[in-house]
Design a protein around this ligand. Sequence first.
Ligand SMILES: CC(C)(COP(=O)(O)OP(=O)(O)OC[C@H]1O[C@@H](n2cnc3c(N)ncnc32)[C@H](O)[C@@H]1OP(=O)(O)O)[C@@H](O)C(=O)NCCC(=O)NCCS
Ligand SMILES: [Zn+2]
Length: 246
Amino acid sequence: MSDDRAMASTLVEVWTSVVPHRQQAWEALSASELARLQALRLPMDRQRFVTGCLLLRTALSRKLEMPAAVVPIDRTCPDCGGQHGKPTIPGTSLEVSISHSGIIVMVGVSEGLPVGVDIEQTIRFREMTKHANRVLSDREQAVMNRKAARAHPAFIARNWVRKEAITKAAGVGLRIPLNHITVTRAHLGSRLEVDCARHSAIPRGIALRDIRSPRGYVASLAVFTGGPLRVRVLSAATVRRWGEAR
Ligand SMILES: CC(C)(COP(=O)(O)OP(=O)(O)OC[C@H]1O[C@@H](n2cnc3c(N)ncnc32)[C@H](O)[C@@H]1OP(=O)(O)O)[C@@H](O)C(=O)NCCC(=O)NCCS
Ligand SMILES: [Zn+2]
């Protein structure tokens, strides 16, 4: 294989959707998804959850060329066996990740490479400058401190979503303290470098992309690969019915 082919870039899809205000169709949800839905009390939590299920099923039904309702999704939590863990797609090499915040839901889909997405509302970070050391490593705090104070909340928010996306790609989530991970710009060019020697779940080769989001939100995608990456962002403006993306 030529070097060019060996370095062929990996295509990762990022799907986004706005949580609809109208009643959503639940036909496509599995029994375990319906059981999780029943346990959620707050209407927004319910809508975010259903939108995440429908968006994931919509994205996968296109890839697998099967109806959304029959896409196999396993969310078994490795700790307790409950159906609230990182989703896996049995019988395929697809890797996926879900995130929701406010009225936005995001799903990442990759073929064979661990993927993590995270979206957050920036308003959450307004008061977080006092606790920046819980999110940022010493090196990152030094970078932040060279910026004007008014830029600090946005800096923390950006680093939060990058690093939470990394921990979600690893399948461990916030069990790894975010301040154990350092994300820096490479000296040359705009490539992001990730350093986390303390946790073996976090590899050295990670591709990170910031995903353009609506005003008031920040989002990032992490893919465990040392190679080049292409990202296709798809918008399912409103996912109301299974398999229907507009
Ligand atoms: C995973 C985690 C980072 C999600 O954080 P969040 O900011 O609240 O939520 P997000 O909207 O970004 O992500 C939620 C999605 O993460 C996914 N997820 C759950 N556990 C995950 C894990 N260990 N790794 C990656 N993704 C995970 C789920 O798909 C979930 O979507 P769903 O609720 O629609 O099923 C957070 O819950 C966490 O750190 N969990 C630690 C692991 C844990 O406590 N497990 C329970 C043991 S009983
Ligand atoms: Zn669990």
